[in-house]
Write a protein that binds this ligand. Sequence first.
Ligand SMILES: Nc1ncnc2c1ncn2[C@@H]1O[C@H](COP(=O)(O)OP(=O)(O)OP(=O)(O)O)[C@@H](O)[C@H]1O
Length: 257
Amino acid sequence: MALLETKNLTIQFGGHTAVDHVSFSLPEKEFKSVIGPNGAGKTTFFNLLSGELKPTEGEVYYKGKSLNKVSAVERTRRGIGRSFQITNVFPNLTVFENVRLAVQSKEKVRYPFWKSTRSYHGLAEKTHELLEQVLLDNKAHMIAAQLSHGEKRKLEIAMLLALDTEVLLLDEPTAGMSLEEVPAILNVIRSIKDQGDKTILLIEHKMDMILDLSDSIMVLFNGQLLADGTPEDIMQNETVQQAYLGGYEDGKSVRNA
Ligand SMILES: Nc1ncnc2c1ncn2[C@@H]1O[C@H](COP(=O)(O)OP(=O)(O)OP(=O)(O)O)[C@@H](O)[C@H]1O
């Protein structure tokens, strides 16, 4: 069954169509990557899925129900988690305190009628588990502001995992990382995948990472869905190759490089 789907999802900014009639389907437990050149509409597509932006046309469905009238907060509560940039982190709190707050906030959202469903120790235990999973347990007591860029991205992932959502929308987790930091984040994402309980949509530019992780790949170009298939299909797809190498116009004509 498709967990997350879109039908003709479209958004225009002024005269520019950033996401253009995209219909896609993400089966439960699948790992799908979203690729495409800069400005293709990948982040905007995520913003439409998570509810930060409202479509001009088309629909997002989760578990068969339309989300168009559902707020971003309610989408998270229902199970669609989006990694936010580090702006959501309290820079003057420690890594541990940041993750614990995220664990706590999830408890409040999920069980608003209970004062405390987990004891203080329960929260701390869950926090340690998450820090271990993202390989940050040795930095638990560091002030968040002092983390390296790569470590901040790991913290962001831990805070996303704390929300315990079924779907994870990961927007370029390796962006701005040094080459040495990439393998660690790849390991973190692979370990999340290997646990087997998440449905994941990943925006990335690093092809080796995409090929390593993905069950399927969708390609956006000028806001349109150019192709969607297995990694093998996508690598062999001529239109995709030409779009990357040469340029693709109005979804019809292909110009050679
Ligand atoms: N809020 C906005 N207002 C106006 N234009 C926008 C807005 N958000 C995005 N755009 C435009 O929509 C297009 C798609 O942008 P988007 O950030 O989704 O691309 P992307 O594929 O994520 O690119 P990148 O790989 O560089 O992150 C771009 O032309 C961008 O300038």
